[in-house]
Every structure is written in C-alpha cells, then in structure tokens.
Design a protein around this ligand. Sequence first.
Ligand SMILES: *[C@@H]1O[C@H](CO)[C@@H](O)[C@H](O)[C@H]1NC(C)=O
Length: 404
Amino acid sequence: MRDIFGRRLPSIEPNSLINCFGGVDVSLIIRFLIEAENILQVHWEMGLYLSVVVLAVSIAMAAGWLTVLKNSPLVDPLPAVLPPRPKEEGVFAHNALLHGVEKIGVGQVPGPEDLAVDSHGRIYTGCSDGWIKRVETDGRVVNWMYVGGRPTGVAVGLHEEILVCDAIQGLLNVTEGKVEVLSTEADGLKYKLTDALDVANDGTIYFTDASHKYDINNYQLDFLESRPYGRLLKYDPSTGKTTVLVKDLFFGNGVALSQKQDFLVFCETCKARCQRYWLVGEKKGSVENFIDSLPGYPDNIRNNKKGKLYVALSSSRSWFGEEVILRFSVLKRFLAHPRIISIFFNNLPKTSRILVVSEEGTPLALYEDPNGKEVLDVTSGLEVGEYLYLGSLATNYISRLKLQ
Ligand SMILES: *[C@@H]1O[C@H](CO)[C@@H](O)[C@H](O)[C@H]1NC(C)=O
C-alpha cells in the first residue's frame, strides 16, 4: 500500500491484535494518522522552504531600505503642515481659460520662468540656457545677454537695467554688455537659490532666496525636508547693503509690491500661501497672512499696478503628496533618492493656474489649463496692455492670452 505521494505504507494485517478493540477497525485510524503525518511532514517542508524564501526577501528588502535610508540626503525631515485644500468651486472652479493661448518664440526660450516688461514694451525672460532673452514688440526673440547660471526672477530697474535673481549666482544687475553681481549672501549666510524680486520706486530691490540649503537641482529636497530655509531680503542700491527682512520661510518665492508700496506680498511655495510684509506705518516690519489655502503651490506674483495681483500656481495641490508622502519622515527619507523623487514629482497633478487676487487678498478670478497641455508648469503671469503673458519652467515658449 502506498500513500498519496507514492511512498510505501507499513502493511497492517486485518486480523492482528489491534483489530480486536471493540470491533472498530483501528487499522483505518492508524492508516489515517500515518497519512496525516505524511501530509504534515510534506507541508512542514514546504512551510520551511517558504519561510526561508520570505526571510531572504525580507532581509534583502530591509538591507535595500537601510542602504537607501543610510544614503538619504535627508537626515531629519519634518512632517509637512499645510493649510487645508480649498473646495474647487466659486472662484476656484475648474475652467479651461488658458486653452487656446498664443505661443511666442517657440523653441527659442527654454524654461522662461519669469517675465518683465521695459518702458518700450519689450519683454525680458531668464532661460534655462543661461540667457536673458528679449521679445521685441514685433514678436521676434533675441538673445539679449548671457549671464550663465540659471536666471529665474527678472525685473526692470530704475535705469532700465535688468535686475536678475539668478538661482546659482545671486542678485545680478544686467545691462547691455555687462553683468554685475550685486549680492550673494546676507548675515553671513550664502544664498543657494535666489529666486524672485520686485523693485520699488526708490530703487530698493526686494527679493527672495528660496533656500540656503538646497540648490536649484535639489529643490525637491527642500520640499521634502519641510524645514524653512528661505529668506525675504532687501538690497539698497545706494549703500550696496543687503538686509534680511524675514527668515525661516518655507521656500520663499515670488515678490510683488502693492500699488502704494506700503506693503509687499511674497509667496511661500511649500505652504501654499502668500504673506504680506508691511513696509510703512504701525505694522512696519511685521508679517501677516495675505492668502492661504491656495489650490496650488504659488510661484511668482506680479502686480498689474492697478491693484490686481497675478499669482502663478504651477501645479495642483496633491492629496496623496500632502497626506501620505509629506507626513512621514521615514517615507520622505526613502523618497529623497534622486531616481525615486523624480517619479513622484513628475506625477504631481499637472493643472496650471494663474490666480488673480485683490490687494486685500481676495481671490477674484482664475485662469486654468486643467491638464497642463498648453501652459504646463506656469510660473508667472504678467499683464502687458491687453494681454496676460505667461512664463513657465516646462515650456520652450512664452504664452499669452488676450484679456477681455
Ligand atoms: C546697474 O548698472 C547700471 C550700469 O552700470 C547702473 O547705471 C545702475 O545704477 C545699476 N543698478 C543697480 C541697482 O545697481
């Protein structure tokens, strides 16, 4: 007799002693027990085999995790705390007003992050190839001045010079044939990511350094670390001195003065909010909330000098990003690997928006490209005449939309 696995079973004589117990055929029970033992034994072997495999995979995974964690550039990230995501209704209701924009300088302006217009109506932008490019009034694009680095913020100075926040080099003064570095550090701390600026009527330059820890190639790490390394700064051209106005910003970004220049508004990208900094009066030097709970992460902000501020929201708020990834320090440290982090950032919701806000901080209107098909990653909105010009980190053209 053989068991189910073909092994020989001990043969049991029908008339042996064990067959006498109360007439019950004990041989059947014994046969069952032997069968059961065989099955158990085989399963135990399989179980052991499986356990070894599971253990080996776990050890390999744990070793992988530990290596990633050990090599993580993030040592001690904090869980991010952001204001609530607003309902997408009212002013924030979805629309496709940015569809059908006109594209300017296609292929000639890689990553035109910020825009500025001079008194002749010519538009300047800083590109990822290190050039400041100029769009002439007839729409032609010229390579105006090479600054190297990565020019992000641009503004026109009192003498028609182009003042540039170069993410790598600091605050620059660019004129025909000359690039002058104005500021690279404040309070003994060097800028790592000089980002955006505005110029007051008296020539004072207000600007931001988004992070003194991470540079432009690692800005995602600043987002993940959720610690405030940004600063709002002031450059006085008469003395050449730079003063820190506000420190500990969560990625300090766009800057725009109010029409009366009694305050300025600056964006804190990682907090999905804009803050007001008072320049005069009783509240001088103090910071208060201007608008928070934005539907996206704010980049540049521009005043149309008629009391309307254009806040560029380059991508949409992400529930998964904020509630899952940005909440857990271990997850952040794991994600801080360059290959992993790019998967996450490349999959953020691609909704591009320009939000129009009053000088009281009231949202007035929203221009949206719901899927980033035409103005992906919008980073600035500048009103010039009857048009709204749009800068972007991701396109190789400047877009413009005719305002009604
Ligand atoms: C920039 O340079 C030009 C030319 O040298 C000069 O006239 C202007 O005052 C400078 N601007 C600032 C803010 O330094």
